[in-house]
Design a protein around this ligand. Structure first.
Ligand code: NAD
Ligand code: GLY
Length: 371
């Protein structure tokens, strides 16, 4: 069994450690005790994760003499809305949250995002810790301090930058994660290789299938490599005024697909990201930035692990370029009416540009939708 890894996110007084390894929920009390301003935490989880992992976390807190209470929200993307945020904040107040109380987000990106946002607003800000239990949240959403909820106008349009005090990524929690969710998180893992680390992409081509099938050491290695990459980008650009936007590779497309699909089971976030990454490569090839072979290599790898690369298997919405373009116009990356895209010159060579011809974009979407 591998031992724990530690990655530091360097943000001056807001710096924190990401711990990744086996059995970290069992050890949570000892890792958290030195950080807490009072020996009292409030755990937020969802109704899938709580029956599987809450007792382990609570037992470890009790052993470290940390008092705890919990709030359980319904699972799923639709929980990231104002109604659930209100319910959560009112529950925290009802349970007598104090300025020195720490919240723990135990769950995937949905719980991490809404809990982080609640932590940033309740009593004008209390500490919070991320205990991510999906691959997606371990490699991406628990790190970097983006918190928030969705609006009918689009995803993550309401929120704050608010850093956690620690991230505890227990690799064993991935053992209970449904395979579809694991693969969705794998898409965000591949993203780091595609942005600026071609060696990591090659490593994933070699090890991805075994990693997805369950090898914990490979999973830990992928989580740690991803967290190192994200920590470096966040340290350089915490509030996304520049290079952090590279982390949105595929996301402008993905958010449009998710909005059109209705944020349900039809298309989950990481699957939308896999499709969005493929669309970003398609557009880059069309605009003659990227060789066709690199785009095919990405599609081949996604297919090899079982991620979608086209919309033909996804029943439900009637996708059209126009509906997707309308959603894209609401993206946070729109500036003076222009969308900033993450495009690529090849694997490991992502770049930002606002200079995308709308006709080329529409043709790319048309081709992608007819595949
Ligand atoms: P999620 O939180 O909905 O979790 C996926 C599903 O798996 C849920 O049904 C959940 O109940 C279940 N689950 C979680 N852990 C489990 C476990 N160990 N065993 C069994 N079931 C488990 O989704 P996600 O993919 O983790 O996160 C997606 C969200 O993250 C989106 O809302 C996205 O916008 C957000 N996100 C945020 C950032 C950020 O920087 N803040 C980055 C990427 C994504
Ligand atoms: N997931 C994108 C970011 O954290 O910036």
């Amino acid at each position: 069994m591998s031992t724990m890894d530690r990655v530091r996110v360097e943000l001056e007084e807001r710096s924190y450690d990401i711990l990744a390894g086996p059995e970290l929920l069992q050890q949570a009390g000892q890792h958290l005790a030195p950080l807490l301003k009072q020996p009292r935490v409030m755990i937020v989880s969802d109704d899938n994760v709580a029956p599987l992992h809450l007792a382990t976390l609570e037992e470890s807190l009790s052993k470290a003499a940390i008092t705890h209470s919990h709030t359980i929200l319904p699972h799923g993307e639709r929980t990231k809305d104002f109604a659930h945020l209100e319910r959560l904040v009112e529950q925290l107040l009802e349970d007598k949250v104090e300025r020195t109380t720490t919240l723990i987000a135990l769950g995937g990106g949905v719980i991490g995002d809404i809990t982080g946002f609640a932590a940033s607003v309740v009593l004008r800000g209390v500490d919070f810790v991320q205990a991510p239990t999906t691959l997606l949240s371990q490699v991406d959403s628990s790190v970097g301090g983006k918190t928030g909820i969705n609006s009918p106008h689009g995803k993550n349009l309401i929120g704050s930058f608010y850093q956690p005090r620690m991230v505890l990524a227990d690799i064993n929690t991935l053992d209970t994660l449904p395979q579809r969710e694991l693969l969705a998180g794998y898409a965000e893992t591949v993203k780091y290789g595609l942005i600026n680390d071609p060696d990591f992409f090659s490593w994933l081509e070699e090890n991805g299938a075994v990693l997805c099938a369950g090898d914990p050491a490979l999973r830990q290695q992928a989580v740690v490599t991803s967290c190192r990459a994200k920590a470096a980008i966040v340290a350089a650009d915490e509030k996304e005024s520049g290079p952090r936007a590279l982390l949105n590779l595929g996301h402008t497309f993905a958010h449009a697909l998710e909005a059109e699909a209705g944020y349900g089971d039809t298309l989950i976030h990481g699957e939308a990201v896999a499709l969005g990454i493929q669309f970003a490569f398609d557009l880059s090839v069309r605009l003659k930035h990227c060789p066709q072979e690199d785009s095919e290599r990405v599609a081949h790898h996604f297919e090899a692990v079982g991620l979608p690369t086209n919309l033909s298997h996804i029943a439900g919405p009637h996708w059209t370029p126009q509906t997707l373009l309308a959603h894209m116009a609401h993206d946070k990356k729109v500036h003076e009416g222009k969308i900033t895209f993450v495009l690529t010159r090849g694997i490991g060579q992502a770049f930002l540009t606002a200079e995308v011809d709308m006709k080329e974009l529409e043709s790319t979407l048309s081709d992608a939708l007819s595949r």
